[in-house]
Every structure is written in C-alpha cells, then in structure tokens.
Design a protein around this ligand. Structure first.
Ligand SMILES: NC(=O)c1ccc[n+]([C@@H]2O[C@H](COP(=O)([O-])OP(=O)(O)OC[C@H]3O[C@@H](n4cnc5c(N)ncnc54)[C@H](O)[C@@H]3O)[C@@H](O)[C@H]2O)c1
Length: 246
C-alpha cells in the first residue's frame, strides 16, 4: 500500500517504542520523507539504513530554538509538512504525596509543552500550504485517570483538550489542517518495562480483547488518521485499547 505516497512526515520520539513503529509504518506506506525526531540518536543509523526515506534528527521537543530550527529546515527542503505525529512522552509515576515538583515539571515539560512547541512551529506551515494532519498520542490514563500518575494524566488529558481546540483553530482562513489524537491502552514498549506484572495482568483480564496493545496496533491508527482516508475526520480521539473502557 502507498497510503502516505508523496507526504512529508515528522514523528517525535521516533527512535524507539511506539514512535519508531510509527516511523517505520509511515515509511513503508511510501512517504517521501519521515523525520524521526529524538534526543537519542543511537537508533538513527539502523532506521535510515532500513528505510531510505527516513532521516533522524536530534531535537528535544521542549527546546523552542531546536524545534523552530528543525521546522525551518524542513520548510527549506520540502516547503511543507503534511503529517506531524506528537508522540514523544515520558512518565515519572508516584502517589501524589510522594510526587516531587521535579517529577511534575519534567512530565509537563515533555508531554504537554513538547506537543505545544512542535505544533506551534509546524501548524503555521500547514496553514500556509492549506493542509496537513496532526496526530498526538494521548493515553487511556488521560481519559480515565490512574493512581500514581497525576502528572502524566494531566498531560494526556491536556493533549485531548488541545486537540479539540486546534481542530477548530487550524480549520480557519481556508485551511484544512486536521487535528486528532490516538489514545493507546497499555502497549508493549520499553516504557512498559517498568510496570510490574501484578499491575498488567488485571488490565489484560478486564480488556475485552484479552491482551495488551502491540506497537503496530497504535501505528496503524496513526497511519489512518494521518492519511487521506481520514480526510473528513478532525477533533477526534481514537481509543486503541481493546475495549478496556466501555
Ligand atoms: N507504552 C504504553 O503503554 C503507552 C500507553 C499509552 C500512551 N503511550 C504514549 O505513547 C508515546 C510513546 O510511548 P512509548 O511507550 O513508545 O515510550 P518510549 O519511552 O519507549 O519512547 C519514547 C521516546 O521518546 C523520546 N523522548 C523522550 N523525551 C523526549 C524529548 N524531550 N524530545 C524528543 N524525544 C523525546 C525518547 O528518547 C524515546 O525514544 C508516549 O507519548 C506515551 O505517553 C504509551
């Protein structure tokens, strides 16, 4: 399939986990270019070797100057960004009385400010060209809350709120920039390695489809929303959690 044929794509946190899966999926679907943005460049050579249309770039999404410079560079090379995937995210879990100010600030900074920063610089370029798709990764925790994740839940709920506002804001002045979110359930990635089986097993037990999400489940949802197949879909949150919350 070539569902991303000719499209210029940017995926934050693209070096591992869900982000890497999204990069590979968009690349396989014929994108002209998929930029994998990450702070960690160790995976870039292997990704670039496997997919000639993938390029790694070291960009910390919280660094306004680095984000602005990256978007300028993309604009100089292609004149447009068709798909932005705000995927970079971190956790610093603790019960509220044990959560430090540093835990709070770190998670807000990457998961909320990072999404704001990337969108602040990429969306005007999309508005200028008149089209584009932004997909941000929220979480089941952002919709339903979770013990020990006040900071993370606040950011993922914030992503949903920003998504809905931006869907309205970026569909003005003749532009048709679509903005959606994907809300994964618990997904098998390095991020999940810190979560003990005693927490995961009951989640699997109460998931109607009876398993955790695989990276490809999430990447396929992002692919759909980023592609022209979703041309009339904006301001939506697509749950990919096996029916965990119904
Ligand atoms: N794994 C899950 O169960 C799960 C569930 C729901 C939502 N999510 C969300 O999916 C996204 C990806 O999660 P994952 O499990 O693949 O995580 P991961 O930890 O495996 O990968 C995250 C990537 O983001 C990069 N990153 C972190 N901070 C960054 C920054 N400031 N600038 C640029 N890159 C940065 C990391 O280097 C890493 O490569 C996150 O937003 C996460 O909150 C994950």
């Amino acid at each position: 399939m070539n569902r991303m044929n000719g499209k210029v794509c940017v995926v934050t946190g693209g070096a591992r986990g869900i982000g890497k899966g999204i990069v590979e999926t968009l690349a396989r679907e014929g994108a002209t270019r998929v930029w994998a943005l990450d702070m960690n460049d160790t995976e870039f050579p292997a990704l670039e070797k496997a997919f000639p249309n993938v390029k790694g770039a070291v960009v910390n999404v919280t660094d306004a100057a680095a984000v602005e410079a990256f978007v300028e560079m993309a604009k100089a090379e292609f004149g447009r960004i068709d798909a932005l995937v705000n995927n970079a995210g971190i956790t610093r879990d603790a019960l509220i009385h044990k959560m430090t100010e540093d835990d709070w600030d770190a998670v807000i900074n990457v998961n909320l400010k990072g999404v704001f920063m990337m969108t602040k610089y990429a969306a005007p370029l999309m508005m200028e060209t008149g089209s584009g798709s932004i997909v941000s990764i929220s979480s089941v925790v952002g919709l339903d809350g979770n013990i020990g994740q006040s900071n993370y839940a606040a950011t993922k709920g914030g992503v949903v709120a920003m998504t809905k506002g931006w869907a309205k804001e970026f569909a003005r002045k003749g532009a048709k920039v679509r903005v959606n979110a994907v809300s994964p359930g618990y997904t098998r990635t390095p991020m999940l390695e810190t979560v003990p089986a005693k927490v995961l097993d009951p989640i699997i037990a109460r998931t109607p489809l009876g398993r955790l999400a695989e990276i490809q489940d999430i990447a396929d949802a992002v692919l759909f929303l980023s592609s022209d197949e979703a041309a009339f879909i904006t301001g939506q949150v697509l749950r990919v959690d096996g029916g965990l919350v119904l």
